[in-house]
Design a protein around this ligand. Structure first.
Ligand SMILES: Nc1ncnc2c1ncn2[C@@H]1O[C@H](COP(=O)(O)OP(=O)(O)OP(=O)(O)O)[C@@H](O)[C@H]1O
Length: 304
């Protein structure tokens, strides 16, 4: 079952900036990365899913619901962690998250309990009565995550959750997000311009560029074997390269590896024979896997 489905979704802001253009995508449950360079349209997509802004044309459904006309029903099932800092410095995390739980419709006692639970999940239980103004950036990000979780949503939309964090803080936040997906069975859309980090924790990716869909697929499909063979020998790389070139293979080098396009099954056997004829010691012979970063053209690539 799809959790999100869009059809020709388009958003043009006043002033004529088209942030999303004709985006059609279907998203299955899991931990999903929404990736693209700055300005690609990720935040716009998230805001449309939440019913915060309306599409210019096209449709969007979240759990089969229309965020434009069924906003409350969508928000009851979706938690949102915004990109920007939006926390009151003079409240404790406990007060703040309880307040948002109350706003979601929970009675006072249940709201307090749920807030404590959410703060425990994000690792802030001990610190929950301290004022947010004294928190580190990492702790503030965790408060934002806790408030997104507090009403027990089925889907989390996280906008740049690792923003401003140092490498250790990033790893901790990514681990937390992954656990939310696996341990609680909540689907998560992680929006980021950092392809490398999203790739580590997601089952699937939606890649957008300048508001258009580049590809939406499972990461395993994106990194399937390519039709390029990587050949590495302990010694005699030059010799082998020359022999393969003589045999008509368009060989290229990548460090100690020779890369040879595989145009037929016979090519595999011919390369093996060449290695044997030259009496070289074969170190490695396998099909290269595609890299997710290949999705993006070099010029407009997300940071990897
Ligand atoms: N309220 C707005 N009015 C006009 N243009 C906007 C508005 N919000 C976003 N845009 C423009 O729409 C495009 C997409 O912006 P959006 O914030 O959705 O991208 P993003 O991928 O989330 O980028 P970032 O990672 O920088 O937040 C950008 O060109 C941006 O300048």
């Amino acid at each position: 079952m799809n959790i999100i489905a869009t059809q020709a979704l388009t958003k043009t802001y006043g002033g004529g900036v088209t942030a999303l253009a004709d985006l059609s995508v279907e998203v299955e449950p899991g931990v999903i990365g929404l990736v693209g360079a700055n300005g690609a349209g990720k935040s716009t997509f998230i805001k449309i899913m939440l019913g915060l802004i309306a599409p210019t044309s096209g449709t969007v459904r979240v759990f089969g619901l229309d965020p434009v006309t069924e906003t409350d029903k969508v928000r009851a099932r979706v938690g949102y962690m915004p990109e920007n800092d939006c926390l009151p410095p003079d409240m404790s995390a406990s007060e703040f998250v309880t307040h948002l739980a109350r706003m979601s419709g929970l009675p006072a006692t249940a709201a307090r309990e749920r807030a404590s639970e959410a703060l425990r999940h994000v690792g802030l239980y001990e610190e929950r009565y301290r004022q947010i103004g004294g928190y580190s950036t990492g702790m503030k990000q965790r408060v934002k995550l806790a408030q997104a979780l507090v009403h027990d949503p089925d889907l989390l939309l996280l906008d740049e959750p690792t923003n401003g964090l140092d490498p250790a803080g990033r790893d901790a936040m990514l681990g937390l997000i992954q656990r939310i997906g696996t341990d609680f069975g909540i689907s998560v859309v992680v929006c980021s311009h950092l392809l490398g980090e999203v790739e580590r924790i997601c089952d699937s990716l939606i890649a957008i560029q300048a508001g258009r869909l580049l590809r939406a697929d499972r990461i395993s499909s994106m990194t399937e074997a390519s039709d390029v063979l990587a050949v590495e020998v302990s010694e005699g790389t030059e010799e082998l390269a020359a022999r393969l070139t003589e045999m008509g293979f368009p060989v290229s080098r990548d460090g100690r590896m020779l890369l040879v396009p595989l145009d037929s099954d016979a090519a595999y056997d011919r390369i093996l024979r060449a290695v044997a004829d030259l009496e070289l010691n074969l170190h490695r012979l396998d099909q290269r896997r595609h890299r997710v970063a290949e999705l993006f053209t070099k010029k407009e690539t997300a940071d990897v």
